[in-house]
Design a protein around this ligand. Structure first.
Ligand SMILES: [Zn+2]
Ligand SMILES: [Zn+2]
Length: 371
């Protein structure tokens, strides 16, 4: 079958003829890949910045954001049928019996770092005509989400963050779960840094969950990204019009910052501004850059005196995947037009090179594998 291989030693990227996988345990499910999403991580792997093939292989099959259709089900599998749509999770447990996180099925919190990630490190990804995986690593999605299901995986980043935010905010009695459910908790203000796919999906999740959402990014206020933010009830602010200090003055203290830029300079400038009881969530992974100057004493003093929480988050557990499926269905109903902006194009698999080099622009590009 056709698959897209990254060869780290030869520094090459090519469609390869890879042996089609078959079900090898009764707990497994086989699916044909319908689509994969292109993200920053894929581009970095395609540029050989990271990415590790499975042991013994000289290439890694790329891509971790996927939508598939089940073609065969192992005898011991329950809850999946041929024809079901599935989204695979990405990270696989390290297998170390001492790792309590992986033993709990929460490899997103793995202690050993010896996990594998499909399409990223030590395990093949989903740019392949067929894939096999353990049923417990697959999430079934409703047929109505066929056209947007490939966004489930990138959406889980915001979902995992928000699930943790609710737990963290249990520290504030007036914002705690009961008050939230009763609708008596005050509306929280969120600032999203960056309007890439992670930032925009984050803004949508926060809007869906009742936040007053502000997005700050490089593009013009009148850009499609700005319009998308307004379409979901948020406010878009352009870095071209104001620096972040001026923005802060204008919108007032925020309860939550959701960083989706990977830009350390901007992030730490915002950290210096953080107000009462705020949570700062980091999701971006910056490349190695020159050191930046920052006012560490102010940050540290404010952290203590203002009860700040700094939260880094990576990958996602099954709860976040299920929340993503639920929220996507809701987004589709409430804001169907946003997907026309969010999904900037669907391309045949032969066009991988331009999509991974960054030559083809847009917000979120999708590669069609099967149909
Ligand atoms: Zn991704
Ligand atoms: Zn582990």
């Amino acid at each position: 079958m056709k698959a897209l291989g990254v060869f780290p030693n030869e520094k090459k990227l090519a469609i390869v003829d890879h042996p089609a996988p078959s079900i090898e345990a009764p707990t497994q499910v086989k699916f044909k890949t319908l689509e994969v999403g292109v993200c920053g991580t894929d581009k970095e792997i395609a540029h050989h910045l990271h990415g590790v093939p499975p042991e013994g292989d000289d290439y890694l099959i790329l891509h971790h954001e996927a939508l598939g259709e089940v073609t065969e089900v192992g005898d011991a599998v329950e809850g999946f049928e041929v024809g079901d749509l599935v989204v695979p999770t990405v990270r696989r447990p390290c297998g170390d019996p001492e790792c309590t996180a992986c033993a709990e099925g929460r490899q997103d919190f793995c202690f050993t770092g010896k996990f594998t990630e499909r399409g990223i490190v030590g395990a093949h990804g989903f740019f392949a005509e067929e894939c096999v995986d353990e049923a417990r690593f697959l999430v079934k999605i409703p047929k109505e989400l066929r056209d947007v299901g490939v966004l489930v995986e990138p959406l889980t980043i915001a979902e995992k963050a928000l699930l943790q935010v609710w737990d963290i905010q249990e520290r504030l009695p007036w914002a705690a779960k009961r008050a939230r459910e009763a609708g008596t908790a005050p509306k929280l203000k969120a600032l999203v840094l960056g309007a890439g796919p992670i930032g925009l999906l984050g803004a949508m999740v926060l809007a869906e969950n009742g936040f007053d959402v502000h997005v700050y990014s490089l593009e013009d206020v009148d850009s499609p990204r700005g319009k998308l933010v307004r379409d979901v009830g948020g406010t878009y602010h352009s870095a071209k019009d104001e620096d972040v200090k001026a923005l802060w003055k204008k919108i007032g203290d925020v309860d939550l910052v959701y960083e989706a830029t990977g830009a350390s300079g901007l992030s730490f400038r915002v950290l210096e501004l953080l107000g009462h009881n705020a949570i700062f969530i980091f999701t971006g992974v910056p490349g190695r850059k020159e050191p930046i100057e920052l006012d560490a004493a102010t940050i540290m003093r404010n952290l203590v005196l203002e009860n700040h929480v700094l939260l880094g988050t990576v990958n996602a557990g099954p709860d976040a995947f299920h929340a993503a499926v639920k929220d996507l269905a809701s987004f589709k109903e409430k804001w169907p037009q946003t997907f026309e902006t969010l999904i900037s194009g669907r391309y045949p698999m032969e066009e991988y090179a331009g999509l991974l080099s960054g030559e083809v622009g847009g917000i979120k590009n999708i590669i069609t594998i099967g149909g």
